[in-house]
Design a protein around this ligand. Structure first.
Ligand SMILES: Nc1ncnc2c1ncn2[C@@H]1O[C@H](COP(=O)(O)OP(=O)(O)OP(=O)(O)O)[C@@H](O)[C@H]1O
Ligand SMILES: [Mg+2]
Length: 329
């Protein structure tokens, strides 16, 4: 057992099957960190039950899915997509979604949902030791029964940049509170942005079809590939037909990045300005628009299947307070 202990990595569980039916031996093995000791002969059912007991940890915090959005360049429509996706995920799954707007000074998530955040997410990030579910709850604003946001009313206050630990902790706490956490990342490159990318289950890169976007989308995709081998990177082309004659094609992106875009959003300044003015999402103000169905399909790709959301919500105790009763019509 000592020799085995040297090669067992932290977090691995060990089940031992042995011939000694003795309480002292059993206690010694358990005190050495063995999860389960079975006395031979064992049936396949015994083994199955021991494995289930090992992996089932009722006290373990549930892990919601973290989906981050970042623009390849500024102003491409990344925040617009992020908040619409958060809304769509909440609508489709009828489960809790927390959307975090990390554009700390200029974030528009509140504005686009017709909410006026009283507490800014930047204030919650000043001290990583203080971040807990109570602080998150105080900072959050609700939009309907399933969507809550952490954003800003917009402020020119000079902010002390948050630490990577604080942002990581905030995201981690949110993922114990909801099966989906949508993060709107600013187009900046620093320790907390890269840390959040690495922490995410899914990263969605939003790009417009021009050369600068292609270059930076490629840099982002390659950076991710090198560091998150098993994590998916999704690509969305936004404002796709803004300059029909001169723009690059979806195929150019596909060939250069080796990724088929999950969604293509056309250029429609009137639609998006109108939605922003009304504080509405596509699914509210333009329900019949084909973008609404595209968003729903993309949401399914991002895990909006009842099964996945339910799975990650297992044992979630904190979530109950997020499930507010629907307000009367
Ligand atoms: N498909 C679209 N067609 C036309 N306008 C759009 C489209 N998507 C977003 N917009 C508009 O473009 C502007 C920038 O959008 P948004 O803030 O979502 O971009 P961003 O990539 O998050 O920008 P930033 O770099 O400032 O974070 C907004 O006015 C928005 O309404
Ligand atoms: Mg943005």
């Amino acid at each position: 057992m000592e020799a085995l202990a040297e090669v067992v990595e932290p977090g691995r569980k060990v089940i031992v099957v042995g011939g000694v039916n003795d309480v002292q031996a059993y206690r010694r093995l358990i005190s050495q960190g063995v999860s389960e000791y079975l006395v031979a002969p064992v049936s396949s059912e015994d083994v199955a039950n021991a494995i289930i007991a090992c992996v089932k940890d009722p006290g373990a915090a549930a892990r919601g899915r973290v989906i981050s959005f970042i623009g390849a360049r500024g102003g491409v429509g990344s925040s617009t997509l992020a908040v619409n996706m958060a809304w769509t995920l909440a609508e489709l799954t009828q489960e809790a979604v927390i959307a975090i707007d990390l554009d700390l000074n200029f974030g528009t998530m509140g504005l686009s949902l017709n909410l006026d955040p009283k507490q800014s997410v930047a204030d919650a990030l000043t001290d990583s030791d203080r971040i807990d579910s109570v602080l998150v709850e105080r900072t959050m604003m609700e939009h309907g029964p399933n969507l809550s946001i952490l954003s800003t009313a917009g402020s020119l206050k000079e902010l002390v940049p948050p630490s990577a630990e604080a942002v990581e902790r905030l995201v981690d706490i949110c993922r114990t509170m909801a099966p989906f956490v949508v993060v709107d990342l600013p187009r900046r490159w620093n320790a907390w942005v890269t840390g959040t990318l690495l922490q995410s289950d899914e990263v969605v890169i939003v790009a417009s079809p021009d050369l600068a976007n292609l270059r930076d989308a490629r840099q982002l995709v390659e950076w991710q590939k090198a560091r998150r081998s098993n994590a998916a990177t999704k690509l969305v082309i936004s404002k796709s037909d803004a300059a029909k004659r001169n723009q690059l094609s979806t195929k150019d992106f596909q060939d250069t990045l080796g990724t088929v875009p999950s969604m293509t959003i056309g250029f429609d300044a009137t639609l998006f300005a109108q939605l922003m003015n009304n504080g509405q999402m596509i699914g509210e103000g333009a329900k019949a628009h084909k973008l609404n169905e595209q968003l729903r399909q993309f949401a399914r790709q991002l895990g909006a299947r009842r099964g996945i959301a339910k799975e990650s919500a297992k044992g979630l105790k904190l979530m109950t307070w997020l499930k507010r009763p629907k307000s009367p019509a």
